[in-house]
Design a protein around this ligand. Structure first.
Ligand code: ATP
Ligand code: MG
Length: 568
């Protein structure tokens, strides 16, 4: 056994090398000691916003863990707090989880609010056991009585109420006899505990609010630290995987499941959150960008919400690979978005057709090519994947090429078109630049060239070599489209946030090119379909703004990067 980069042990099992993370080691131990005889995990989002790449880590970790152990994975809406929740989010979360996991067993979708009756009954049992009491202190007083990290707390004057009195007060709380904040139910644990979470935490509060699922049925709501372990236990969750900030809450989690007396209590294990360097991941910050109109909704392709990544053209396979490459650990660290970009490139490389599209066009006229003639050239859809077949691409006397593929006075090592130079037109012929036109301002408007019919691609021409290859589309058959290019939403030089907590937005995060030309086949592309545009990157037809008349392509990622993942 040895340690790899992700701090996980590598075991060799016959031919296969299995790399296990620390959570899997804990699960193995639990199974071998008979603590559990199966595995159930869950992803427990609060329906108060859209999911982002950080949540994807939790989804992938929980669902893959269940899968590895032939266990069960639940999606549970943690809808215990009516102040922030919205039904709108339930549907989007469901869609996102289904997309990331590739499937979602609808029988494994639960709502914490369905357990409110049970939670209430358990609270009554705790009162009867002398383990919970109704407290009349105000929120401020409770805070004062709680003490500090260095000083113990003081007992509430209501701590020793009789069971009968507590039962009757709790019932009155439930019946709506009291105003918000006047009473709470607290667990009776230890006001001197070194762990502040154990100093008689509040487990129920009064809130006269309408719940998205249950309407006005309840005016008391359970607190997260009380509700969460019960939700896990009722669903038969064995391993409750959560992020590190809950480590200090684990003793309370255990207190709840022990004192309620679940026979097979779930076990909480914490892992480090996923952070991305120079990327906005916090729900709160994303929400503000949306509300301030800085981005065009929660699915703006510059964001890292799951909806945005999907719209941008990311695949669930690439996201899962990224999560796995980032690793599961106990210490916080930040991953590079370049690694996510690497994963999508690798995923699309052999799957997507390599098409020709010119983003910033100028005209190239081949003066010795017959007028009004279009010939159809055979082009491999993906040279590295012959199974993808061949398509016909129209070629003619007038073509569009990229503006940056021509220069009047080239610098050294510029191998593309300039007066007197010869290049290959990708999949077609050699052309030699013979001249150009400019407008009054000196901008090049048209480039002139002659072609050599002997040099047609696939004919095995060996007479001479050229150093540059450029792509093109034939003017007569090309279609005009809109192309959107993205840079990081964050101005990396300034850092993510300014002193007021606003995001430092990169003014170049979005470039819209309204005059791009694509080969005709691309005009039939469906919303959400993606392609490689040779030399320019991977692009996806926008699912929102693209129409039959006005096609819009979003760049998923450029082709090149210096990033390579560390060897596993
Ligand atoms: P945010 O940080 O955006 O406010 P949250 O924790 O409030 O997210 P929840 O709906 O409570 O959002 O999250 C559901 C689950 O996703 C929780 O178990 C939480 O621990 C996990 N999660 C949230 N953010 C991350 C992250 N960056 N990395 C890994 N897991 C995360
Ligand atoms: Mg949360």
């Amino acid at each position: 056994m040895s340690l790899d980069a992700n701090n996980s042990n590598v075991e060799t099992n016959g031919e296969e090398t299995i790399s296990k993370n620390f959570i899997e080691h804990e699960i193995d131990k639990d199974l071998s000691e008979g603590v559990y005889d199966h595995v159930v995990t869950r992803f427990p989002p609060e329906p108060n916003g859209y999911l982002h790449i950080g949540h994807a880590k939790s989804i992938v970790l929980n669902s893959q863990t269940a899968e590895k152990y032939n266990g069960k994975f639940n999606l549970r809406f943690d809808d215990t707090n009516p102040t922030k929740e919205d039904i709108e989010y339930v549907d989007s979360i469901m869609e996102d989880v289904r997309w990331i996991t590739g499937d979602l067993d609808m029988e494994a979708v639960y709502y914490a609010s369905d357990y409110f009756d049970k939670m209430y009954e358990f609270a009554i049992e705790l009162i009867k056991k002398g383990k919970a009491y109704v407290c009349d202190l105000s929120a401020d007083e409770i805070r004062e009585y709680r003490g500090t990290l260095t000083e113990p707390g003081k007992d509430s004057p209501y701590r020793n109420r009789s069971v009968e009195e507590n039962l009757s007060l709790f019932e009155q709380m439930k019946n709506g006899d009291f105003t918000d904040g006047s009473h709470v139910l607290r667990a009776k644990i230890d006001m001197a505990s070194p762990n502040m979470n154990m100093r008689d935490p509040v487990i129920y509060r009064i809130a006269h609010m309408t719940h998205h699922n249950l309407g006005d049925k309840w005016c008391i709501y359970p607190m997260y630290d009380y509700a969460h372990p019960i939700e896990d236990a009722l669903e038969g969750v064995t391993h409750s995987l959560c992020t590190l900030e809950f480590e200090d809450h684990r003793p309370l989690y255990n207190w709840v499941v022990e004192n309620i007396g679940f026979e097979v209590p779930p076990r909480q294990i914490e892992f480090a959150k996923l952070y991305l360097t120079n990327v906005v991941t916090g729900k709160r910050y994303i929400k503000k960008l949306v509300e301030d109109g800085i981005v065009d909704g929660w699915d703006d392709p510059r964001l890292v919400t799951i909806a945005a990544l999907r719209r941008r053209g990311y695949t669930p396979e690439a996201i899962r690979e990224f999560i796995n490459l980032s690793g599961i650990s106990k210490s916080n660290s930040s991953s590079d978005i370049a690694m996510l970009e690497y994963c999508i490139r690798e995923d699309l490389k052999l799957k997507k057709a390599r098409m020709m599209a010119v983003l910033n066009p100028i005209k190239l006229v081949i003066t010795n090519y017959p007028e009004n003639e279009i010939e159809y050239l055979d082009v491999d859809n993906n040279r590295e994947n012959p199974d993808m077949g061949v398509r016909k691409v129209p070629f003619g006397r007038e073509l569009y090429i990229e503006r940056e593929d021509f220069m009047i006075e080239p610098p050294r090592k510029y191998f593309r078109l300039f007066p007197g130079n010869e290049v290959r037109l990708m999949n077609a012929y050699f052309v030699k630049c013979e001249g150009y036109d400019t407008d009054e301002d000196g901008n090049v408007t048209t480039v002139y060239a002659t072609y050599d019919p002997e040099t047609k691609s696939g004919n095995g021409f060996e007479g001479r070599k050229v150093k540059g290859t450029i792509h093109w589309v034939a003017c007569e058959t090309a279609k005009r489209v809109t192309v959107r290019l993205y840079e990081n939403l964050v101005d990396e030089e300034k850092g993510v946030y300014d002193e007021d907590g606003n995001v430092n937005v990169n003014p170049n995060s979005l470039t819209i090119l309204e005059n791009a030309y694509v080969e005709p086949k691309l005009f039939d592309a469906e919303k959400g379909e993606s392609f490689q545009f040779v030399r320019n990157g991977f692009f996806c037809v926008d699912t929102k703004d693209s129409t039959d008349e006005e096609k819009v392509f979003n760049r998923i990622v450029p082709l090149k990067s210096s990033y390579r993942p560390a060897k596993k």
